[in-house]
Write a protein that binds this ligand. Sequence first.
Ligand code: ADP
Ligand code: CIR
Length: 342
Amino acid sequence: MKYPKFTDGCHSLLCKFLTKEVFEELKDRKTSNGFTLSKAINSGVVNEDSGIGVYAGDEESYTLFAPLFDPIIKEYHGFGTDDMHVSNFDPKDLDISNPDPEGKFILSTRIRVGRNLADFPLGTIISKTQRDKVESLVSDTLKSLKGELKGSYYPLKGMSKDVKEILIKDHFLFKEGDRFLEAAGLNRDWPDGRGIYHNDDKTFLVWINEEDELRIISMQQGGDIKEVFTRLSKAVTLIEQKASFMKTKHLGYITSCPTNLGTAMRASVHIKLPILSRKMDIFEEIIKENHLQIRGIHGEHSQDESGIFDISNKRRLGINEVQCAYDLFNGVKKLIEKESSL
Ligand code: ADP
Ligand code: CIR
């Protein structure tokens, strides 16, 4: 394997931190599951427009390839090698009201966490047999949920094109053919082993075997962040009573992408900001000051349309779940104040 050639236009954290020295140090290493440097960096090598550009294959990847992962984690989350991750998913500690009680700005709120099973490698190198096993274990576990969380599992294989398209368009289901995931090995054997569990109202959903083995999601119309958080906390607590997830004291929950480590939580709103979005410098300053990230409303790497944005917390590691929700709440309040004043 040769040192990859990055063009001058490459601004990913991979380009920034994969120096020739780091490359030489890591190029012949292999985790006990067979994950290599070449697999870790392929997505960012193939896709030079990556923001990050690296993925992990298992828990060991984060220690064996630490000279590459650690500076990326530090830059993205502001989390150092001596820091410890501590969780707090207790809704009682989230003392907030709806930041948009009249429903003038926020269309919908969604909070997700990523999880991976402790006894399997991550999706980047999982075998088809293992992935199918994850699907059956997780979908069986979900069948035990009751009340508001009760739902059904819909495998992707055999799902009609129309149903799939509507679920994607309505923001409930993951998209297909993402080139970043493709180059990371995460789309192998598609659509086998993939699917979605949801309740009738589609306020509680679980994606199985997309970027992470589970993405546990709570969402609803409007801006009631606390209600969405409370539902998710309840669901995750119940699922964790039955499943053992990959987790370390230092990094919290282990995920394929280093941006999701720790809480693995992305709390977002779809919000209308037509005036502010024409003043990008002010908009971006509020986003940065409040540790937020802007995405298009059709998921990561999609383009935004008509002044509606997906705004979410950026940091997920070294802060707890309640703080992730506060990052979103505090930032959204500021955005709404500014939009109203302009
Ligand atoms: P993830 O949240 O898992 O990192 P994406 O950014 O690709 O992944 O978003 C997944 C889906 O969730 C997309 O269809 C996106 O439009 C939808 N989504 C994200 N936030 C919201 C929200 N606040 N309201 C409605 N849909 C949302
Ligand atoms: C990238 O590097 O752009 C993709 N692999 C996605 C990285 C995670 N997403 C993000 O920080 N917004």
